[in-house]
Design a protein around this ligand. Sequence first.
Ligand code: USQ
Length: 383
Amino acid sequence: MRVLILGGDGYLGWPTAMNFAAAGHEVTVVDNYLRRRIAEATDSEALMATPSLSERAKIYHANSGHEISVRIGDLCDPEFMFDVVRDTTPDTIVHYAEQPSAPYSMRGFREARETLQNNLDVTFNCIWAVKEHAPDAHIIKLGTMGEYGTPDIDIEEGWIEIEHKGRKDTFLYPRAAGSLYHTTKVLDTDLLWFYVRTYGLRVTDLMQGPVYGISTDEADLDPGLCPNFHYDDIFGTVVNRFLVQAVAGVPLTVYGGGGQTRGYLNLRDTLQCVRLAAEKPADTGELRVFNQLTETFTVNELAERVKGAGDKLGLNVEIRSIDNPRKEKEEHYYNPVYSGLTELGLQPHYMTDEVLIEMLERVRVQSHHIDTDRIMPRVRWNG
Ligand code: USQ
């Protein structure tokens, strides 16, 4: 397949690109380094410095023999998006090209507007580029479990049948996101659904939970191929943050009561899910939705697991609840369905003690790079 990866510089975009190339697909990555610029502007750089995309493509080629083509540019510019799609004639487009941080999107008016505009412009331009120049291409869009929020009923896989006054119909599952970032993903889904039913596009929308991990088969070939691993309050997701905090001797930052439950997955499983979705695409005129997670935990359970693994390494990990900077339920029902990707062939890597210990050891090697000033939350939802 010819695979176009939008947002190829990201935590998930770069490992995905290498994984598709390793499987023999023809891969092009596109990015404008938006996340790098925001990270620099907010003092939120990743734990290990990552080379530019073209340098990483060279390192990967030297280590594997596989080529990855790189295009640098802003996909919010429709002409650039159209050129890229015309030039690459993709079979599959993996769309990660969004401002990915919930806290950044809640930092103030400028950041909220930047998130809204960037995320919706890229999705809109992608839809039109496909419609005009590659109508048979399969769009794989990274959505989020956060689109659903935390309703007091089971979360279905994208769609729900509703019976109302004796009649029935099927609708997108109701959404109630908890940040402006997550809301942009709800709006993306609505845009995609409109164009799927109007123009017969083929789309898979992956509702992903928080991802953790550093290792993939390809990333482990060379230190320069490592994903950008964030532990700061802006870009770091909770598991990766807890791993770094455990190594740095900072008490694990449980926000509020810690009963918040989410669906987690290992970075290796993100790669599997995206590959499975690409290799078994949605039909023409189908918006296929998968809930992309492999297990659910409360924040308190996560903290206990990281503490358990850290203590085995002699780290003497502490856990401390701090005032929750977000507006979210700290105790709630959470029961999502997530069978679709397993039916496609997903073989989960669960969060075992062994997996946690291996990640802690990887972080420990980089402990001299940890800046503990980047750990406490700086953005408040009601700020
Ligand atoms: N949390 C803590 N302590 C921390 C950091 C986070 O208790 O130090 C809590 C948060 O309050 C939240 C949960 O952990 O309840 C998850 O937070 P997170 O920062 O790991 O994830 P979030 O900001 O919700 O977003 C992340 C990704 C996003 C993805 C989403 C899936 O950044 O791209 O869409 O996870 S989900 O959380 O299911 O919406």
